[in-house]
Design a protein around this ligand. Structure first.
Ligand SMILES: [Zn+2]
Length: 101
């Protein structure tokens, strides 16, 4: 005689799965991939909305910015710098001005 708890469990599972996929999508946009994404999937699965909030406040990985075209990789030290930078802030090397499209 307990249909109600069954529905609650189903609802909790659906919320967990949506939060897990949401966390993965956000983490992916922030430049995380592979094992890191699987980790964020678990964070969303176990912490639900809290997991999403954690993913939202984690810093975007430099590669994420590179993918979005906001950053480029310094050819000397391989660190990400602003796409229109003319001097690398990490190693001080002179950089080519951003390629004009
Ligand atoms: Zn550099």
């Amino acid at each position: 005689m307990n249909d109600y708890s069954g529905a609650y469990v189903l609802f909790a599972i659906i919320v967990s799965i949506s939060c897990a996929s949401g966390a993965v999508i956000i983490a992916e946009k922030k430049g995380y991939k592979g094992a890191a994404l699987a980790g964020w999937c678990f964070v969303g699965l176990f912490f639900n909305l809290l997991g999403i909030i954690i993913v939202l406040i984690i810093p975007t990985k430099a590669e994420g910015y590179v993918l979005q075209g906001k950053m480029k990789v310094c050819p000397f030290c391989k660190e990400a710098v602003q796409v229109d930078a003319i001097l690398c802030k990490h190693c001080g090397s002179k950089l080519e001005a951003a390629e004009t499209k």
